[in-house]
Design a protein around this ligand. Structure first.
Ligand code: FES
Length: 276
């Protein structure tokens, strides 16, 4: 009998709640609950707003500006649509919004991000509640079973996120053009969309998986030219990775604000400030 295979059970009780340690009990004296509370409020607000905005299906563009929630617009009624209007095969029972076709890619990327996993496991699932704080659960299965095993798809969501990001850069550059209704080159909205692409780049290229991709499978960075290049790339990704949480929150806030800005312009509730 293979006893080594039997000896590993990922769902055995783990150290999160020791005997006599109830949910929320801790010897910690600091304000450990502030961070998960802020995460719950921040992610909760973003989740509610982005879901609402994605299902609207309107007011997502103004002149050359396209909301990042709707980019790339594959099918839709705006001049930004790449493949034409709403496709005939779309089920009539389902509401149509161009955002629903593409938003799963950046959401999948963020949802499986190592930083966000830590943040929302604590904020929403109390698993764990915090370091050295009693949690409500007595078992721990890690990410070895469905549904959490899908977190291992993060690397593939990274590839998709880079494709989406390249479209957002095109949107950021196109925002500096004239178009019907916008007879100037640059307005505040141009910089809103350009900074959106920049902040998302800082977040995406600080990804832990990318760090493994560029620096993995090497015992050391030798002096051959290929490894030197990889070493430089690894140092760049590592530099961003050290501030991954910061870029995660800046880019999340900015992408939501960018959609809101374009939406308010489209609804006529806001006027784009002309710069040059
Ligand atoms: Fe956060 Fe990959 S670890 S984006």
């Amino acid at each position: 009998m293979n006893t080594s295979a039997k000896s590993f059970d990922p769902c055995l009780p783990a150290g999160g709640r020791r005997a006599g340690t109830g949910f929320g009990q801790t010897a910690r004296k600091d304000f450990w609950w502030v961070e998960p509370l802020c995460v719950a409020v921040g992610l909760g607000l973003f989740g509610v707003y982005s879901t609402w905005a994605a299902f609207q299906g309107n007011h997502y563009f103004w002149g050359p500006y396209l909301s990042p929630f709707y980019s790339p617009e594959l099918f839709g009624d705006s001049p930004h649509a790449l493949l034409g209007p709403k496709p005939g095969w779309w089920p009539s029972a389902l509401p149509f919004s161009p955002a629903l076709l593409i938003l799963w890619m950046p959401l999948g990327f963020r949802g499986t991000c190592y930083y966000y996993r830590k943040a929302y496991y604590r904020a929403f699932f109390q698993n764990p509640t915090a370091c050295a704080v009693g949690k409500p659960w007595t078992t721990y299965c890690g990410e070895t079973e469905f549904p959490l095993i899908v977190q291992n798809l993060h690397r593939y969501f990274l590839y998709l996120a880079i494709v989406v990001l390249s479209f957002l850069w095109i949107d950021g550059i196109k925002a500096f053009t004239r178009a019907p209704g916008k007879d100037y080159i640059a307005g505040v909205g141009s910089f809103v969309l350009l900074f959106n692409a920049f902040f998302l780049t800082m977040y995406t290229f600080g990804c832990h998986s990318l760090r493994h991709l560029v620096g993995g499978h090497l015992d050391c960075f030798s002096d051959c030219s290929k490894s030197k290049l990889r070493h430089e790339a690894w140092k760049g990704v590592t530099c961003l990775n050290e501030r991954h949480m910061l870029w995660a929150w800046i880019s999340l806030t900015w992408v939501g604000a960018s959609d809101l800005y374009v939406r308010l312009l489209s609804m006529g509730k806001l006027t784009d400030l002309k710069l040059f």
